[in-house]
Write a new protein. Structure first.
Length: 493
């Protein structure tokens, strides 16, 4: 049971169903109680917007989930007897997701008398395809729209928004829930923006924005959110008026490129006194879209030597953004200026240089970048691998085989991905010959991909098809041992 609870959320809850619906001896009661505690903990850990997925998973349990006989044999008359304290709302909520319409109807009838924990289940049943069940859930929800219940609706705002996508959604009731929450003074500011769920914070901010209830304090608070999507939502609400100048500076200081770009655009629109300085800073930003915006607006204002400015910055203090910016505006004759940075002690600088060299002169710098696949620093090896992925030649096979003996796991993994770019007659024997247990699984996966590319949906490992495949791979130069291993891989999976 505890092992089941460590699986994926919806599947774990489905796996716990046989224990939850069992009754009888005190020993079984203890099992049910423990199963309910596990299921309740899983539900509390999942976002409310995921409840429709959980509900769909539970309905599928009635026919294809191992050990679910006790679950799908539940009838309408069994609903009341299965409820145990203190898990009434949980058990009724699970039963309200049963595949039998009468069971759902009976569960919803009893859920209407439960506390706030029944709300998410009632919301999901409000879009039920059986009209009596949906009507009963909607009536129960409408009766709960009283101020004392308002805080219980705030964590469910993402679920309310998701339910709007259902064709059978009661849109008037969902709009009434949003209006009801908005009508409670300070509720969204306190419970919504202060929620631990980023989806709730985003939805609370969006409701306040659409209702014209945003204040500078609310925007500033949202800009402190650890969730980048929440900060981006707040950034879109920052205006170009004098009152928002400090907020625009905060956008520029954000660690997310899209938010910095928004801040730069707002500064230009507002004509802030320091906008020229910010545009020059943007020329060496680490995000390409920020650099594009900076170059565009700076060109609108004056004639500025972008290339000379970036060269001077590179000479003073190499930086990832400076290197990337130089690659965006320079030509191949800048390669000698960047090559020495491949020896820089910073992995970020070396990785940025690899990308820049591939942009400036793809052919002439290929060897420089290819050698760095065997770099002990994972980020450098990864950048080099991505950079040369489309430039792997047959003559590289010897070097790649040597890289397979590297002491670094990331080098061996990256090397396998490059070997798979060789022509199949070269790549397949190399991949099939891998015996390193740390990368064998990855090598076998790449073999399957290569064979699938050769034969479409795969190969027929029996009869005449098997003999034809043997001859095909023999013609490619594969040894009998390699062909046998290849066929075994496909017979196994």
């Amino acid at each position: 049971m505890d092992r089941c609870a460590r699986e994926d959320g919806p599947l774990a809850i489905r796996a716990l169903l046989p224990w939850i619906v069992k009754g009888g001896s005190p020993g079984e009661r203890a099992l049910r109680d423990h199963a309910c505690e596990l299921a309740g903990g899983l539900l509390r850990s999942l976002p409310s917007a995921k409840l429709p997925t959980i509900e769909r998973t539970l309905r599928r349990a009635e026919s294809n989930s191992a050990g679910s006989c006790d679950w799908w044999l539940v009838g309408p008359s069994d609903v009341s007897s299965l409820v145990i304290a203190p898990h009434e709302a949980l058990i009724l909520g699970l039963l309200s997701s049963h595949g039998h319409g009468r069971v759902r109807e009976e569960a919803v009838r009893e859920l209407a008398n439960e506390g706030p924990d029944a709300l998410p289940w009632l919301l999901v049943r409000a879009v039920d395809w059986v009209e009596p069940v949906a009507r009963q859930a909607r009536v129960a929800l409408a009766a709960r729209l009283v101020p004392s219940n308002a805080p219980s609706f705030v964590p469910l705002l993402p679920l309310v928004e998701r339910l709007r996508g259902f064709a059978r959604a009661p849109r008037s009731l969902l709009a009434e829930i949003d209006a009801f929450v908005l009508a409670q003074p300070g509720l969204l500011e306190h419970f919504g923006l202060g929620s631990g769920d980023p989806l709730v914070r985003r939805r609370a901010f969006a409701l306040l924005r659409d209702a014209g209830g945003l204040t500078d304090d609310v925007i500033a608070r949202a800009l402190d959110d650890v969730d980048p999507h929440g900060r981006l939502l707040a950034a879109s609400a920052v205006g170009s008026g004098p009152a928002h100048r400090s907020l625009r500076e905060r956008l520029w200081a954000d660690r997310t490129g899209r938010i910095r770009r928004t801040g730069l655009e707002r500064m230009v629109a507002a004509g802030d006194p320091g906008v020229r300085h910010r545009l020059i800073e943007g020329l060496s930003d680490r995000t390409e879209t920020v650099r594009i915006v900076a170059r565009f607006h700076l060109a609108q204002r004056e004639s500025f030597d972008v290339l000379g400015h970036l060269r001077s910055l590179l000479a003073e203090a190499p930086d990832e953004g400076v290197i990337s910016g130089l690659a965006s505006v320079a030509r191949a004759d800048e390669v000698p200026r960047l090559e020495p940075l491949l020896e820089h002690p910073s992995a970020r600088i070396v990785s940025a240089t690899i990308r820049a060299l591939g942009t400036l002169d793809r052919s002439a710098t290929r060897e420089l970048r290819f050698i760095l696949v065997d770099d002990p620093r994972p980020s450098v090896s990864r950048a080099a691998t991505r950079s040369v992925r489309a430039q792997v030649w047959g003559s590289d096979a010897e070097f790649l085989v040597r890289c397979l003996d590297s002491e670094h796991l990331h080098v061996r993994r990256n090397t396998l991905s490059l070997i798979a770019r060789l022509r199949p007659a070269v790549a397949l024997p190399l991949l099939l010959g891998v015996e390193d247990p740390t990368v064998t699984e990855e090598a076998e996966r790449l073999v399957r991909l290569l064979v699938r590319a050769q034969f479409g949906g795969g190969i027929d490992p029996s009869g005449p098809g098997r003999r034809w495949v043997h001859r095909y791979f023999e013609a490619m130069g594969l040894s009998a041992r390699a062909i046998t291993k290849l066929m075994r891989l496909h017979e196994r999976g």
